[in-house]
Ligand binder design. Sequence first.
Ligand SMILES: *Cc1c(COP(=O)(O)O)cnc(C)c1O
Length: 343
Amino acid sequence: MPPYVAGKPASADAFKLSSNENPYPPLPGVLEAAVTAAASMNRYPDMGNAALYAALAEAYDVPATDLAVATGSTGLIYGLLSAFCEPGDEVLYAWRSFEAYPIAVLAAGATSVQVPLLADGRHDLDAMAAAVGERTKVVLLCSPNNPTGPALTQAEVDGFLDRVPDDVLVVLDEAYIEFVRIDGPVDGVATYRGHSNVTILRTFSKAYGLAGFRVGYCIAPQPVAAALRAVTLPFGVNLVAQAAAVASLAARAELLERVDALVGERTRVLAGVRAAGWEVPDAQGNFVWFGFPDQPERIAAFVAAAEGLGIMVRPLGTDGVRVTIGEDEANDRLIRLAETFER
Ligand SMILES: *Cc1c(COP(=O)(O)O)cnc(C)c1O
């Protein structure tokens, strides 16, 4: 199995733009909830995650039995695939997409079917629908797509679902949903309400800034949620993480203002990068994609130039480099990189 390659940590004077983290420090109220919970570290967390399920059920107006939480939505992806797949079953997804997909598929003993993205970084939903076959168990859709950035529209997803048999589980990975600003974006919750085979994955890691605490959640038809609860690690979401997630939902409005600020920075960065002559795909997450298909030397040179400017970025195979929208100063450096790196 290939190892998961994490973003490089930043040296003291560099900005880490390699892991799509939220650059803002925790809100005081969220930090306080976590610190308070930490005082009970000798106790197991609530195995039923009752407070967190109640808060999520209220936030999304869904039954608590349609929810499952785990150690990040990565934990939910592993859980879903191990619950649903047997050796020989196929898991279909676009590529390049989230690095964890191929590893989780292998760990579940299933087989990956990767459908290349379109040249503009979008899912090729026609080709994906055509690739669904007898052995397809799960389809993973990633919107916005990590690492390229475009988001799916409701019309695209509806058209795709019409072409996929009901017994194929379609998982919509919406890790960056809060950052999407397109017209007619897919509404994962509405889509789950209308289909018995649609499951959505969300996370507290990105918009909510809890990457270090590892909390993801799934909104799914009850049998899928029950299967996930059955296979995921008991007591996986620890008590500090549960408390911080509940406090974050309570502070949702304030946290989403920060997302607005990051979206503003994303607009500024895209404008700067494009003004410098780069053709980058639509960026609907908290990151920008610089594609260098099959140009490993150029990728290495770009990464080195970024490091020279004090920003750590994320090369992905021989496809390109993903750069997170970070602190304003870090974003200035990225624009400078785009202006000075020879295309
Ligand atoms: C970051 C990310 C996740 C999940 O992150 P967790 O920290 O495990 O919740 C899931 N999917 C995509 C596409 C991501 O980029």
